[in-house]
Write a protein that binds this ligand. Sequence first.
Ligand code: PGA
Length: 248
Amino acid sequence: MAILHPLIVGNWKMHGDADFTSELTTSLASWIRDRTEFTGGVVICPPFPWLSMAATHPPLLLGAQDCHAAQEGAYTGDVSAFMLKAAGCQYVILGHSERREYHHEDNALIRAKVSAALDAGLTPILCVGESLNERQSDSTIMVITTQLQECIPAGKAADIIIAYEPLWAIGSGKVPSLQEIDDVHQHIAKWLMQNGVSDAEAITTLYGGSVKPANAAEILGLSSVQGVLVGGASLTEEAFTAIIAAAV
Ligand code: PGA
């Protein structure tokens, strides 16, 4: 699996209408085409109804924000990984803290979704991260380790992108120190190397949580960080392109 580095991923969450999607994907694709010095990848993850529309804007890559664990079935309101692949997706975000919180997703379910995504030929972007309480009680590494152990199917560590997203940094404007980000990313890399990843160069671990144009360059400057997962700042061309530019 060749993943372009740095990888800049925009998670639109439940934002945007058809016009917004058409305009932003068109302008982002043309902006990226003009930046020959940028050799990484840019993935956008719009809501389900806009995926097909967003799929036709190379070099933009496409991801979904969730999938069901089954290939098909009587699951009203759900979408399978195979459907996402057919709609043009290459990636799917799984285990985002908003899914864990509002849809009560646990590690076992997320692991089943990761398997389904891999079976469909999608690259899962698995989100892990600690709450503020967990950080303050020095449990961060333990929490992340448990999430990695329980969400990654046996033998699949090399096929998954990890996104480290501290819950308290999402949408809050608060960001861990560079040292704190580096510590967790180094731990994730070590865990992956101990669990089946043979080539350190093949690891893609993203940081997510209040990434903005003002902090993107220093976060992306850490050698343990191979990209960023961006929420709010991926919703305007100005902010998102400034983050991509910080990755050059
Ligand atoms: P944020 O969201 O950039 O708005 O903090 C990140 C995320 O939830 O993936």
